[in-house]
Design a protein around this ligand. Structure first.
Ligand SMILES: Nc1ncnc2c1ncn2[C@@H]1O[C@H](COP(=O)(O)OP(=O)(O)O)[C@@H](O)[C@H]1O
Ligand SMILES: [Mg+2]
Length: 352
């Protein structure tokens, strides 16, 4: 009678729950637990199923006493791993309750945070090492020579700029993430955004000696957007086109309105930045928007790259409920297309 009541009760719990007797035999398991361990867990000795050292040691500590404890258990199904926190609590009479909660997401976020901190530290350390080295050299006899001093100071300035660039990209990223859930609603003209971006990039465009194609109809609808962030998106994309695709001699900027696109509730603007440079091997494309990911690290660094540009682009587009579509093949250049929902009467507060 008691057992049935327990079974009914734990069957309603979403997390895996096992009821054990004092010898470690499983008396009850709810469906979430049999999903995880298989139906044969019923009646089995728990020690035979939870054999990972951390959990096994925890079971020994709790089974012969009154203590309560937790341990982490990693379940593997196929190629997928899930991480569970196993909590053991005593219940009267003579019963041990094991409950499991899935902490895979927390673990993954934690690992991502650790990676991020390691990456930032690494990126800052190399220019700092260079700076410290040059300061040391300038303090010695080499510092007496005006030409050497000028040469070293130029390198030091470059390294300091690299650090400034990194810090400012990191700040952008964290600012964008802070507001990512708040969709912007001010109508913004994409033509104005692109023209402002091109004006700011004028020196780089001239230095790259490329032919610039610009095809943005004046009749395009506005988009509900954040003007400064949109400038940042196209600044990063056009700058990349110049840096990595400039050798192709041509950059094409086009924008068009598409009334219907799968995955979007209403019309969108498709704004594409296309270059004719070396292009990107498709195997790298899915990783381009990862923080600090660069196909050619040395080349990106030499041109002052941080590997954060496309990560910022992705977050800003996601805030705008948009999407980034990257198409490229080696030798055929690359196109980076921002898809952005356009203003419609249904977007609150916006006149059509
Ligand atoms: N138009 C492009 N053509 C070829 N490769 C590109 C292009 N745009 C971006 N990439 C690759 O994607 C990487 C990541 O870009 P990004 O996030 O802007 O970082 P960064 O420019 O600071 O290196 C670049 O290092 C480069 O390898
Ligand atoms: Mg970039």
């Amino acid at each position: 009678m008691q057992t049935t009541a327990n079974a009914t009760l734990i069957a309603a719990l979403p997390n895996p729950v096992l009821l054990l007797d004092k010898t470690g035999h499983v008396k009850e398991a709810n469906p979430a637990a049999t999903d995880l361990f298989g139906a044969q867990i019923m009646g089995a000795q728990i020690r035979a199923h939870l054999r990972q050292p951390a959990v096994a040691a925890m079971l020994e500590r709790v089974l012969d006493g009154t203590r309560e404890d937790t341990a982490t258990f990693i379940a593997t199904s196929g190629s997928r791993e899930t991480v569970w926190r196993v909590t053991a609590r005593h219940a009267k009479p003579h019963m041990l309750v094991l409950s499991l909660s899935d902490i895979s997401d927390i673990e993954a976020a934690e690992a991502q945070r650790r990676d991020f901190v390691a990456n930032v530290s690494h990126e800052l350390r190399s220019p700092l090492t260079v700076l410290a080295g040059f300061i040391e050299t300038l303090r010695g006899p080499a510092g007496e020579d005006a030409a050497t001093r000028a040469e070293f100071l130029a390198i030091m300035t470059e390294q300091a700029e690299r650090m400034t660039g990194l810090v400012s990209d990191l700040l952008s990223l964290s600012r964008v993430e802070a507001v990512e859930k708040i969709r912007p609603r001010t109508p913004v003209s994409i033509d104005m955004v692109l023209k402002a971006t091109l004006a700011a990039l004028r020196p780089q465009i001239e230095a790259a000696e490329i032919e610039l194609g610009y095809s943005v109809p004046e009749t395009l609808p506005d988009i509900p957007g954040d003007y400064d962030q949109l400038v940042q998106v196209f600044h990063n994309l056009i700058e990349n086109g110049l840096k990595y695709g400039g050798a192709g001699g041509k950059l094409e900027i086009t924008a068009r309105y598409v009334a219907a696109l799968p995955g979007f509730e209403s019309g969108v603007l498709r704004v594409s930045i296309r270059d004719f440079g070396d292009g990107i091997d498709p195997i790298y494309i899915p990783r381009l928007t990862e923080r600090f990911y660069r196909v050619d690290k040395a080349r990106s660094r030499d041109s002052g790259g941080t590997g954060l540009g496309l990560a910022i682009v992705k977050h800003i587009l996601s805030r705008h409920r948009g999407r980034l579509i990257i198409r490229s093949a080696p030798g055929e250049g690359a196109s980076f297309e921002a898809v952005l929902p356009a203003c419609t009467p249904s977007v609150k507060g916006l006149p059509k």
